[in-house]
Ligand binder design. Structure first.
Ligand SMILES: O=C(O)CCC(=O)C(=O)O
Length: 308
């Protein structure tokens, strides 16, 4: 299905609630309608510890940069951070993009992933059984020109059989139009899988079809969280401030869901699409259950009952 930028605009207030005013039914309805939900202050209790761990991982990654390995997406340091080319005149030839912090390396990250209010909201969206998808992600835009992330759907990178993962992106510092606020296209989760092209920040939508003006910027404070659907179009511009702009992203899905296509470039996506029908739940790692229970499902489709 070919989709185009919507003509009617939704305001950020229409997408927003706060921890203090939480009405779970309304939160789920906003998410269902717009593919996006802003929860002010959700992750505030976790920010100080996560800011420390993200900064420590960035310092470690820069110290290890001369041992980074070349990959199709850029260079990966031994501690798992991804670097891409730096803007002209920058103090290094490479800038950090994705930080090698995970639930395995940061207790603060795992605690944030198990935040009870976040899980209450997720339960209204995904149902009673919820697993973590992936190991947690953090992106840092370095100061004075740190990378943009072009508008894209996460499903270009990991398209799923069912609903797909719900992402919660959290600002670690106050984030505005200068240092790289997240932009979203409300309602775009209903557009199906869109064609992506190769961009500086990997798979992205064609900028002529999907200019930044088609998206709604979400300005926020440290601890504000943005929930979005795997097909919701989103991205963020460069960081023009003098300090880094970190975010962390936690993804959750139903335990029976699985990726049918995984890709980072148009070439490896084309190959992965050919194998999509062979994808099986049992070939994916099981994420930690953070709510509910994982019923046994055997490869031949016979299910055993779980506890009542
Ligand atoms: O760093 C950001 O602002 C956006 C990151 C993002 O869009 C992604 O990782 O999918």
């Amino acid at each position: 299905m070919e989709a185009h930028p919507p003509e009617t605009r939704v305001a950020v207030e229409d997408l927003s609630t706060s921890v203090e005013e939480m009405d779970l039914k309304r939160a789920a309805a906003v998410y269902r309608e717009h593919g996006c939900l802003v929860v002010r202050g959700l992750m505030k209790p976790h920010i100080a510890a996560l800011a420390t761990d993200i900064a420590a991982t960035v310092d470690q990654s820069i110290a290890l940069l001369d041992r980074a390995e070349r990959r199709p997406e850029g260079w990966v340091s031994p501690n798992g951070s991804l670097f891409i080319p730096a803007p002209a005149g920058y103090k290094r030839d490479r800038q950090i993009m994705t930080v090698g912090i995970s639930y395995q390396t940061s207790a603060a990250f795992l605690r944030a992933a198990m935040d009870p209010t976040a899980l209450d909201i997720l339960e209204t969206i995904l149902g009673p059984n919820i697993e973590l998808f992936g190991n947690g992600q953090s992106l840092v835009k370095e100061p004075v020109g740190g990378h943009p992330k072009h508008l894209h759907q996460d499903s270009a990178y990991f398209e799923h059989r069912y609903e797909g993962p719900v992402a919660i992106l959290t600002y670690v510092v106050d984030t505005d139009l200068v240092n790289g606020a997240l932009h979203v296209v409300p309602g775009s989760h209903q557009f199906g899988q869109l064609r992506h092209v190769d961009t500086f920040s990997h798979l992205g939508l064609d900028e002529d079809e999907w200019p930044w003006e088609a998206a709604l910027p979400i300005v926020g404070q440290a601890g504000d969280s943005i929930f979005f659907n795997v097909k919701t179009i989103h991205g963020s511009k460069q960081n023009h401030s003098n300090t880094p702009r970190p975010v962390f992203i936690i993804r959750y899905r139903r335990p029976d869901d699985y990726a049918v296509v995984r890709a980072t470039t148009t070439a490896n996506r084309a190959e992965a699409e050919k194998r999509a029908r062979q994808a099986r739940r049992e070939n994916e790692p099981q994420g930690l259950m953070v709510r509910g229970f994982r019923p046994y499902a055997d490869p031949d489709g016979v299910e055993a009952d779980g506890p009542r």
